[in-house]
Ligand binder design. Structure first.
Ligand code: ACO
Length: 328
């Protein structure tokens, strides 16, 4: 139950990337592709790929940066939500490993799986929990090492996906909620359009007949068309709910899957591409973490000020998608 007297705010953002930077030319040495094809079709120039960094090591780094950035102690955090589709183990959650690595004792923690929309869903969930009055400080992190589910001989996917983590510190406060409007969706009829790492049933009485599907399988064109239609609708829906227009919004942060998708969304919303923060050239598609990675860069550059309104829109496997209108 939400308490209307309790507000929320996003206090800080942070990111963590694996050390190794892989260029398009590095990929052209692995599969038949080129810097020109990858950059023209996706906007990507470089990406970070894990050489041992895991979701929980990257997310722990984000957790520490958020806590120290706010002058807090790990034990001050009441709640940790980690959005990931590439945990180290199916159980326990990667969020529990973050508590283990950071020594945070007072938080309860869980993972959510909503693919590249995970950050949007997780911020929405944290906002409601803070507004319940039961918790004061929440950390929401999105992190993925998609490189472990990529078929590195498949040029259609290996040039797109990458590794990274980003997150935000959220607090309960007096006043208004930081989410002024939200619009969240899942369409299960598209469940097979983007999938990875099938976990087949195998026991003494049954063995899944296959096929084995260990890697990302994606109908790229279908997703492209879906997203360029649905994300502008979602953005319009939250603007309508908040009785605002796109001119009231300082920036839109879209999931960074493809710069052409973002250009398509801007065109449909009849607004300049300058309103969209684009970081895909440096990071590739880092799944749900692409949005908090972008936000942390924007905050570092001094682009976000108190009172600014930003739209965060995500989309991914499920298909899941949704938008938040956030006031800073
Ligand atoms: N290098 C060179 N050529 C390639 C490569 C490559 N890396 N990959 C594909 N090609 C070839 C194809 O084989 C095809 O050749 P053909 O015409 O001889 O058959 C040609 O390039 C065109 O391929 P398309 O798939 O039609 O290329 P398109 O312009 O549609 O771009 C892309 C493909 C980049 C995948 C695009 O469809 C896209 O971005 N879709 C959205 C995907 C997405 O957003 N996925 C993630 C969303 S959720 C999440 O982030 C987890």
């Amino acid at each position: 139950m939400e308490d209307d007297s309790i507000g929320t705010r996003i206090v800080g953002a942070a990111r963590s990337l694996p050390e190794l930077v892989v260029t398009n030319d590095d990929l052209a040495a692995l599969v038949e592709t080129s810097d020109e094809w990858i950059h023209t079709r996706s906007g990507i120039r470089t990406r970070h790929i894990s050489r041992g960094e895991s979701v929980s090591t990257l997310a722990s780094d984000v957790f520490r940066k958020l806590v120290s950035g706010a002058g807090y102690d790990p034990d001050d955090i009441d709640l940790l939500i980690l959005a990931t589709v590439t945990p180290e183990y199916l159980t326990p959650s990667s969020a529990t490993f973050v508590l283990r690595e950071t020594g945070a004792k007072n938080a309860f923690a869980f993972d959510i799986n909503a693919a590249c929309t995970g950050f949007v869903y997780a911020v929405s969930v944290a906002d409601k929990m803070l507004r319940s009055g039961l918790y004061k400080k929440a950390i929401v992190i999105a992190g993925d090492t998609l490189s472990k589910f990529v078929d590195w001989t498949d040029r259609a996917t290996c040039v797109l996906f990458a590794d990274g983590a980003g997150g935000v510190l959220m607090e309960a406060c007096d006043g208004a909620p930081c989410i002024l409007a939200e619009d969240l969706h899942t369409d299960g009829s598209y469940a097979m359009s983007l999938r990875a790492a099938k976990l087949p049933i195998k026991n003494p009485w049954y063995e899944d007949p296959g096929p084995e599907e260990p890697y990302v399988i994606m109908d790229g064109k279908a997703i492209y068309d879906f997203v360029v239609t649905e994300i502008p609708k979602s953005v319009r829906a939250i603007l309508e709910k908040a009785a605002m227009t796109i001119d009231d919004i300082k920036y839109v942060i879209c999931h960074q899957a493809n710069s052409r998708i973002i250009e398509g969304v801007a065109k449909k919303l009849k607004t300049g591409i300058d309103k969209f923060y684009i970081s895909i050239s440096r990071y590739g598609n880092t799944s749900a973490s692409s949005m908090p990675i972008a936000l942390s860069e924007m905050m570092e550059k001094g682009l976000v000020h108190k009172g600014d309104r930003i739209i965060i829109s995500g989309f991914g496997a499920g298909l899941t998608w949704g938008s938040l209108l956030v006031q800073f």
